[in-house]
Design a protein around this ligand. Structure first.
Ligand code: SAM
Length: 300
């Protein structure tokens, strides 16, 4: 496997281009800075790394489209993060946990990437992806909030095979598909503030299925109660998706706070289920708010 890319390792001669900023309204209230590094981020990002490691197994290039990218790097020692304490109950519990060769590679690679950021910083999805791209691979990262998008733009500057845009991820998606490489991942990780967000995600999946049927899709969603989450998975399945891996985690504790989250992986890579089963067996005792967290990895 190639070494992880670092910003300073990029040849200066490689110029990157950026999609010109659109003019989106400042109508997104959600700020991931309050939640970065929480239990849900940990599980989502380990899964993301598992998929990327699979894509790296073949020399053929791949492309990742991150429709809701966020700012790329989060200060988890600042007021926003400390006010919620979510990182304290998430990534902070793994800080003394050294990556080792016996761990599932998705988990050890994730831990290495996080450790490289230092104690006070946590990498968001576009930075994790950028770190795992090889010279033949590409990332397109979309973020609708102008302030977050501006921060993301700065973070990705050192990674020439990446493009970022201040844009609506749902609106831009169709124009990016199929990717020229015909191989890759679409990550859909919205804030679920809007009532119709599940519907919009299902519509986005339908677009991917139509234009890039072989692409891997990773969807994150909150689980506030089981019925709507099951209905969501049912909606995705009824759209004709053949193969879905569902990963859920429930950390328990105070029911007024988000305690459970799910991931759907469409066209899951071979071996990802076992990899995540192994990773979650390690993570569940660390992430539970009262004892061990519950988790399920299942093919739908
Ligand atoms: N994927 C990121 C990660 O794992 O580090 C976290 C993303 S956060 C859950 C959701 C992000 O989507 C927020 O930064 C929010 O500003 C952005 N957002 C909300 N609506 C959007 C839209 N329609 N298109 C693109 N980004 C959007």
């Amino acid at each position: 496997m190639r070494a992880l890319h670092r910003e300073h390792e990029r040849p200066l001669s490689q110029l990157r281009w950026r999609i010109a900023a659109a003019t989106p309204a400042k109508d997104v209230n959600y700020r991931h800075a309050f939640h970065a590094g929480n239990f849900a981020d940990v599980v989502k990002h380990v899964t993301l790394v598992g998929i990327l490691l699979h894509l790296r197994k073949k020399e053929k290039p791949f492309r990742v489209i991150d429709t809701h990218a966020g700012r790329g790097r989060y200060d988890i020692a600042n007021d926003e993060a400390l006010r919620t304490g979510e990182a304290v109950e998430g990534i902070a519990r793994l800080r003394d946990f050294a990556p080792d060769a016996a761990m599932p590679s998705a988990l050890s690679t994730y831990l290495k990437i996080v450790r490289d950021e230092g104690e006070a910083q946590y990498p968001g999805s576009p930075l994790i992806i950028a770190r795992l791209l090889r010279k033949q691979d590409h990332l397109v990262a979309l973020e609708r909030h102008p302030d977050e998008a501006a921060l993301l733009d700065k973070i990705l500057v050192g990674f020439p095979d990446t493009k970022s845009a201040c844009a609506d991820g749902y609106a831009r998606l169709a124009s990016l598909l199929p990717p020229p490489e015909r191989r890759g991942l679409v990550l859909i990780d919205p804030p679920y503030e809007a009532k119709d967000e599940f519907t919009r995600v299902a519509e986005a999946v339908a677009i991917v299925r139509k234009r890039f049927a072989t692409g891997i899709v990773l969807i994150w969603y909150p689980i506030k109660s089981p019925a709507p989450s099951d209905a969501f998975a049912g909606e995705i399945l009824s759209g004709g998706t053949q193969e879905i891996l569902r990963i859920t985690i429930d950390v328990g504790g105070d029911p007024s706070r988000l305690a459970a989250a799910g991931l759907l992986v469409i066209n899951p890579p071979f071996g990802l289920a076992d990899e995540m089963q192994g990773a979650l067996a390690v993570l569940a005792p660390l992430l539970g708010r009262k004892g061990c967290a519950d988790f399920v990895v299942e093919a739908l």
